[in-house]
Design a protein around this ligand. Structure first.
Ligand code: ADP
Length: 888
């Protein structure tokens, strides 16, 4: 490209319609017309040395008419004329009439000599026409002197137009040219760097700028742009270097500007897209997702729906104002904004709360209520009586501010079910709020909305769930609330239970007062002691001490078994649990105050029975009737070669008849075998006490826990040591002190009790004592183990066994007085459950025995003790034999 070219005087001409090949440009063309094929064949293909051809632009006739009215002379009229000649002016376009008068060709007078870089020949099928594909490179300009035809293509006599070397050198001295070429190079460099930035290409194009002479560069650059034919022509005509350079600079600059403008537009569009378009696109996506989920009501409808819900919620006017303020805020927010969801959830709660909605309270029928209580619960006469009284007062004075009932007792004695019976008797909805383990005031009162993840308290949440403002609300396990650094839930509960304050209960999350005065509160607790006194003061405690085995049996037969059978899809026709077996379950498998474990065991039996019944049902359904029906039918059909048909049960037959077809011959009756198989070997028996006290140093005590009364063994042993007392079994401080008192008392009375001789006055001389309370995993505390501890120690030192049928409870003073203790009723019941026959109690607990069912008392010998000696007298077989020697 850089080298100068020797031009021949005559060149074969290839016309380019409305197109210019500039020097330095490379073009790939396909020649199919007979004239161009001939031209290529003769001028390029068949030549041995590299041939050149001239590319001459040709203008369309219509364009020529408007742009250039000069009509050039005809080249010839006859297409067959071999050597017709035409004179063409230097700068004019001329007309060459090739084939006939009509087809006038407007030749441009200047062209570019080109050489073929690559040639390939092909044969078109099926016509067999030869075609060429030529890659041409423009070399230099020439002027057409004369145009003629050779066979089918044109040739021209030409003269070169490019400057000679000396001319070139002269021009290069010209300061105008120098500044022009500098300007061109600057623009071209800028264009290249812009293009490279865009296309992230390396700096290959820049090398061109350094190596190629600037006048050729001008052509190469312009050839690579898309410019109009006119502009191409004028570039071709720019033989003068200065003119060419300034034209090229102008074109390159124009191209550069157009790139800049295009870039600016894209940026602007992209910017707009990133704001509104992005939002639009996201919204479109969201809508599509919602549609896909079948949830196509959009946010706006959502807010409208919310407002409607708020309007119909019956909020008091002041709260309505507050809610509207919040709603206005919500409407101004975008759903994507951070506060939107929290605001939305809050308003939802406001709209969902039962501000006015109440279940209709019908005229209370006391007799029906009593019947209902009786049918739901066995026994509990006093409790039921108190409930009826409570209901009667409510009937006479519906807005009476009676105390809150609080059922206290071990688990499974029916506290929850009594509360729900109250709700049923009043025709109100029932909701249970569990307070067990609540230590944070926010659980009752809610978190302020400023906190992330804040929620309403359990009461407001419960009311939202129950959706009426007058339910019976059970505050379950109110004794299990504790207080710590996060506040005191009990003080919040005080407000809830105080009829004066609960009209305007303030939940921190809700932030507006809610009227709780229509709610009927009922509480449950396992024990009274942990309930804070101010809270206890607002409640009326009703104790449910637990059931005797006889009561349990009745409850099981009349309430639990029918319910459990029903829950398992059985009835007494399928499974029978005889009384004797229930008794066995009560004695051998449960030792609880309530009936929850009993119910669980009965459920286990029912499950086992359900499996058997289900299995039998299947066996029966395939048995004789059906088979005798089916087999001849099958045989007939098979004999006919027909398809099998299903047996259709006639429409008239009802379900009962169908199930009677499958009814098992006789109901399954639970026996000892089945008990053992399903429940395993019995867990408890009456012999336990006898086995435990078989060695001296063990006594039987009665304690009171959250699960009701229990029998607690105390073990003492002695070994060589320094007179120390070891205590184990997770004991609290009070019980540890009781052990110290007991040991001191025994040591002080050792002589009188005949435990040591006068010479060895110190009972602990050279030995340690270890006292252990079994069930080491259960924490124990309380003062009532005093007498039991002394008995264990006396048994240990005297090496005499205590009576296995006797259990005891009582606090002891250092001087040996027996003081009264709590939970007597539960303890006596526990002794009865465990098969103990004699119970030693502090004398001052006599009054508590009135609460113990007479059935239990009749089966027990109750011994009342005033002093420790009375206890010891009764605890050992044959009394206290050393008494005659002492002056206790
Ligand atoms: P609590 O709330 O005291 O722990 P529940 O009320 O949950 O106990 O009672 C446990 C189960 O025992 C319930 O199925 C209940 O119906 C039943 N139950 C308790 N006491 C009686 C009773 N006296 N009569 C009939 N069923 C009872």
């Amino acid at each position: 490209m850089a080298e100068s070219v020797e031009l021949p005087t005559r060149l074969g001409i290839l016309p380019f319609r409305n197109k210019v090949l500039l020097p330095g440009a490379i073009i790939r063309i396909r020649c199919t017309s007979p004239s161009s094929v001939k031209l290529v064949e003769q001028e390029l293909w068949q030549r041995e040395e590299k041939g050149l051809i001239g590319i001459l632009p040709v203008r369309d006739a219509a364009d020529a008419a408007t742009v250039d009215p000069v009509v050039s002379q005809g080249v010839g009229t006859d297409s067959g004329e071999r050597s017709s000649r035409v004179q063409v002016g230097a700068s004019d376009s001329h007309r060459l009439d090739g084939k006939n008068q009509q087809e006038v060709i407007h030749w441009h007078s200047r062209g570019v000599a080109a050489r073929a870089l690559h040639l390939s020949r092909g044969v078109e099928k099926p016509s067999g026409r030869v075609t060429y594909v030529v890659v041409l490179e423009g070399l230099c300009r020439f002027n057409v002197q004369e145009l003629s035809t050779r066979g089918t293509y044109y040739t021209a006599r030409i003269s070169p137009l490019e400057m000679t070397k000396t001319e070139m050198e002269q021009v290069e001295q010209d300061p105008d040219f120098v500044s022009l070429s500098r300007q061109f190079k600057a623009t071209a460099t800028e264009l290249i760097s812009v293009l490279e930035q865009k296309q992230k290409t390396g700096g290959r194009t820049k090398v061109l700028l350094e190596t190629v002479p600037v006048h050729k560069l001008a052509d190469i650059f312009v050839a690579s742009f898309e410019i109009s034919f006119e502009e191409q022509l004028s570039m071709l005509d720019s033989v003068d270097l200065k003119v060419r350079l300034s034209k090229a600079t102008e074109l390159v600059d124009r191209h550069l500007q157009s790139i800049h403008v295009a870039e600016k537009i894209t940026q602007k569009v992209e910017g707009q897209l990133s704001k509104s378009q992005k939002e639009f696109l996201l919204r479109q996506q969201m809508r599509a997702i919602k549609e896909e989920l079948g949830d196509n009501d959009d946010d706006e409808d959502d807010v409208v729906g919310l407002e409607r819900k708020m309007q119909s919620s019956g909020m008091p006017s002041n709260i309505w104002k507050h809610a509207q303020r919040e709603l206005r805020r919500l409407k101004k927010m975008q759903p994507q904004q951070p506060g939107y969801t929290s605001s939305r959830v809050y308003l939802d709660l406001l709209a969902d709360l039962p501000w006015q909605k109440a279940s209709e309270e019908y005229e209370l029928d006391l007799r029906a209520a009593k019947e209902r209580l009786d049918s739901d619960h066995y026994g509990l006469t006093k409790v039921k009586q108190r409930i009826i009284e409570y209901l009667a007062v409510r009937k006479l004075k519906p807005d009476a501010r009676g105390p809150v009932l609080c059922f206290v007792g071990p688990p499974g004695v029916g506290k929850t079910s009594l509360a729900s019976s109250i709700a049923a008797a009043l025709g109100r909805k029932f909701i249970r709020i569990s307070l067990g383990g609540v230590k944070d005031e926010a659980d009752i009162r809610g978190h302020r909305r400023t906190y992330i993840g804040s929620m309403p308290g359990r009461l407001i949440d419960g009311l939202k769930r129950v959706a009426v403002c007058n339910p019976v609300m059970l505050l379950d396990e109110i004794d299990k609330t504790g207080s710590d650094v996060r506040g005191d839930p009990a003080s919040a509960l005080l407000e809830v239970l105080d009829p004066e304050q609960n009209k305007t209960f303030n939940d921190h999350y809700l932030n507006v007062p809610f009227d709780l005065s229509k709610v009927i509160f009922v509480a449950t607790a396992n024990r009274v002691q942990p309930i804070p006194p101010p809270l206890l003061d607002r409640m009326e405690v009703i104790e449910l001490p637990g059931y005797t085995p006889e009561e349990k049996l009745k409850i099981a037969m009349h309430h639990l078994i029918p319910r459990v059978l029903d829950q398992h899809g059985l009835n007494s026709e399928f499974l029978r649990i005889p009384e004797a077996m229930v008794k066995l379950v009560i004695q051998g498998y449960t030792r609880e105050a309530g009936v929850r474990n009993l119910e669980r065991n009965l459920a286990a039996l029912s499950r086992a029975a359900a499996v058997r019944v289900a299995e039998q049902e299947q066996a029966v359904s395939l048995s004789k009737d059906v088979q005798s029906l089916a087999s001849p039918l099958l045989e007939n059909r098979l004999a006919d070669g027909a398809e099998l048909e299903m047996e259709v049960i006639p429409m008239g037959v009802n379900n009962h008849e169908i199930s009677s077809t499958f009814k098992i011959a006789s109901p399954l009756t639970v026996d000892e075998d089945m008990l053992e198989k399903v429940l395993g070997p019995p867990k408890f028996d009456d012999k336990e006490a006898a086995e435990r006290v078989a060695t001296p140093g063990v006594s039987v005590g009665l304690v009171w826990t959250a699960f009701g009364g229990e029998v607690q063994f105390v073990e003492a042993t002695a070994m060589g040591g320094k007179g120390e007392l070891h205590l184990t079994g997770q004991l609290g401080d009070v019980i540890k002190e009781s052990a110290q008192i007991a040991l001191t008392w025994v040591r002080a009375r050792a002589r009188d009790l005949n435990l040591s001789t006068a010479e060895a006055a110190n009972l602990l001389e050279g030995r340690d004592v270890h006292i252990h309370f079994p069930a080491g995993a259960v924490p124990k505390d309380g003062p009532s183990a005093g007498v039991t501890l002394v008995t264990a120690l006396v048994s240990l030192f005297s090496q005499r066994r205590v009576r296995a049928d006797t259990a005891m409870t009582g606090e002891m003073t250092l001087r040996g007085l027996v003081l009264p203790v709590g939970g007597v009723k539960d303890k006596v019941l526990a002794a009865h459950r465990c098969g103990i026959k004699r119970v030693i109690l502090p004398e001052r607990n006599l009054k508590d025995l009135t609460e113990v069912p007479s059935a239990v008392l009749s089966g027990l010998e109750i011994i009342l003790a005033k002093r420790m000696e009375d206890v010891l007298e009764q605890a050992f077989e044959g009394g206290c034999p050393w008494r005659q020697h002492s002056k206790l």
